[in-house]
Design a binder for this molecule. Structure first.
Ligand SMILES: *Cc1c(COP(=O)(O)O)cnc(C)c1O
Ligand code: SF4
Length: 369
């Protein structure tokens, strides 16, 4: 469904529609507002009721406009409208299955890998993805990322980065760091740039997908002053590759900011070769490089999106060799030991040489390898 402005609350008009502040202010947070975009099913109605007081939900008008009004299995709906399954606790589920908390060095810095860190900017997001791996921190009303409050001084965090010369890569994330306005973001980015050993700054944001009007010329120009900057975003379904999303990525790219994509393999959303092939080839058309495909972790409130490892391997096998090499993301299981590449091996060691297998399943023995 095309975004038709006459359906918007108060007839937004194009100027409002393309203003990210308007999108944030007019976010869908009630059943009544949601019903302006879709025919809400009984199950969705009940789910909205049952997550009340437990999990936040919020959808930008832009992202709501991508929903299929009649199909409750629409991938955009599944990712953004609450589901009753979020309240089920699956065996083994946890709020932090990858133990990020134990690597937290300051209020905002998670230092798990030798040369790079996660810097938590905010717990806010324009759309609260139902499958968020940090669901407790972003969406659970009881949860927060921050040991101390979000508003507390960042000086101890900057001090930590400045005093650890091994850190050459800082990933701004959260939550969605682009929830902050340009001025607050520039305060952070410019401070990071004052630390000589920080070589690259990365911004992890879903805005190109859920709030593409956030990627303004002004934002891109500001970031361009602090190069090298890399951007990573989170498209999960070809339906999300719209004209607006494409234009947002194009603005970043034209300012010299490479854009990479991290998807999560989600049951019912993108767990098929056909959908993933359309996604990754669609991303190449907008010059966004598929980076990671994450296996969905057993996160409390997210478990119903989990697929099997075999499904993930089937998806990767259906991409590799069948399409452009750099369209194929690395398939990753995230664990307390870190990210684990889960792709299959195409080479098998034999006593004398190796057996190799190509993407069509044809095998051959190579001696002396
Ligand atoms: C994923 C992650 C990173 C970045 O890892 P890359 O593989 O370099 O993208 C850094 N720190 C933490 C804690 C992470 O989870
Ligand atoms: S935008 Fe990212 S951090 Fe925010 S809810 Fe979605 S997946 Fe989680």
């Amino acid at each position: 469904m095309e975004a038709s402005t006459n359906e918007l609350p108060g007839n937004a008009g194009q100027a409002n529609w393309s203003n990210w502040h308007w999108q944030m202010k007019n976010s869908v947070t009630t059943l009544e507002q949601l019903a302006r975009w879709i025919h809400v099913t009984h199950a969705e109605r009940d789910a909205i009721e049952s997550v009340r007081g437990k999990y936040l939900w919020r959808i930008t008008p832009y992202y709501a406009s991508l929903m299929d009004p009649e199909d409750a299995d629409c991938p955009v709906r599944l990712q953004s409208v609450p589901s009753a399954a979020e309240m089920l606790i699956y065996p083994g589920a946890g709020i932090d299955p990858v133990s990020d908390a134990s690597y937290r060095k300051t209020n905002r810095v998670i230092h798990k890998y030798p040369d790079r860190v996660v810097f938590l900017v905010t717990s806010m997001c324009p759309v609260y993805c139902r499958h968020c791996t940090r669901k407790y921190h972003t969406t659970d009303v009881a949860g927060t990322y921050f040991g101390e409050s979000e508003g507390v001084s960042m000086e101890p965090d900057f001090d930590y980065l400045a005093s650890h010369a091994e850190i050459r890569d800082v990933l701004l994330t959260g939550g969605d760091p682009l929830s902050y306005n340009d001025r607050k973001l520039e305060e952070i980015v410019s401070r990071l740039r004052m630390i000589p050993h920080i070589e690259i700054i990365r911004i992890g944001s879903r805005c190109p997908v859920v709030l593409p009007m956030r990627i303004t010329e002004e934002l891109c120009r500001m970031l361009d002053k602090y190069q090298p900057i890399w951007f990573q975003t989170h498209f999960n379904h070809p339906k999300e590759i719209t004209k607006e999303a494409s234009a947002a990525c194009d603005r970043l790219l034209r300012h010299g900011i490479p854009v990479q994509n991290q998807s999560v393999l989600l049951k019912g959303v993108n767990d098929s070769v056909e959908i993933m092939r359309a996604l990754v080839t669609g991303l190449l058309r907008i010059r966004v490089r598929p980076y990671y495909l994450y296996h969905c972790d057993n996160v409390t409130g997210v478990s119903h999106f989990m697929t099997t490892l075999e499904k993930g391997l089937e998806v990767i096998d259906g991409l590799f060799g069948h399409t452009t090499g750099f369209a194929v993301p690395d398939y990753i299981i995230t664990t307390d030991l870190g990210k684990i590449p889960a792709g299959r091996s195409y080479v098998r060691r034999l006593d004398d040489g190796c057996e190799i297998r190509n993407y069509l399943g044809q095998t051959e023995i190579i001696q002396n390898l």
